[in-house]
Design a protein around this ligand. Structure first.
Ligand SMILES: [Zn+2]
Length: 154
C-alpha cells in the first residue's frame, strides 16, 4: 500500500518527470510510483505514449469515485515483462485526485483509459494484474517466472 501525498513541492515534480521519462522509454501507457521504488500514491498515464501532450495525466492520490460496467481484454505490466492475460476491468470510471500542485482533479475515464487507471490504482494498493486472474493462471505464471529466474533470464 502506497502512502498518500500531502506535500506538493519541487521534489514531487522531479519524481513525476522521472516517472514520465521511465514510462515513455519502457514504452508504456501507465506507471505507478511504487514501480520505480517509491512508496507514494502517484501515477502517470498517457495512452499516446508521448505522441500527444494533451493525453498526459499526472495524478496524486487517485481514488475511484464511481465505476460502471465490465470490459475484458489483454493486459500486460512493465513490472511483469513478457506476460499478458485477459483481465476484467470497469468500462467507465470517475477518478478524483490532485495534480502535481495539489489542485483537485476529476477525470472521466472510459475504455482503455479506465483500464489503465484501474491497473495503476491497483499498483498503488499493492495489487498486480496477475492477482486478478484465476488462481490456476496465477500459479502458472508464478512457476514460469521462477523457472526463468532460476535460468538467470528474469
Ligand atoms: Zn503495471
Amino acid at each position: 500500500m502506497s502512502k498518500p501525498i500531502s506535500v506538493f513541492n519541487g521534489e514531487l515534480g522531479k519524481i513525476a518527470k522521472n516517472m514520465i521519462e521511465t514510462m515513455y522509454s519502457a514504452p508504456g501507457i501507465g506507471l505507478a510510483a511504487n514501480q520505480i521504488g517509491l512508496n507514494i500514491r502517484l501515477a502517470t498515464l498517457d495512452l499516446s505514449v508521448g505522441e500527444d501532450p494533451a493525453q498526459l495525466i499526472v495524478i496524486c492520490n487517485p481514488e475511484i469515485v464511481t465505476s460502471e460496467g465490465e470490459q475484458k481484454s489483454e493486459e500486460g505490466c512493465l513490472s511483469i515483462p513478457e506476460f499478458t492475460d485477459k483481465v476484467v476491468r470497469p468500462c467507465k470510471m470517475i477518478i478524483k485526485g490532485q495534480n502535481i500542485h495539489g489542485e483537485e482533479l476529476k477525470i472521466e475515464a472510459t475504455e482503455l483509459l479506465a483500464r489503465c487507471f484501474s491497473h495503476e490504482i491497483d499498483h498503488l494498493d499493492g495489487i498486480l494484474f496477475i492477482d486478478r486472474l484465476s488462481s490456476l493462471k496465477k500459479t502458472l505464471i508464478r512457476n514460469k517466472i521462477k523457472k526463468l529466474a532460476k535460468a538467470g533470464e528474469w
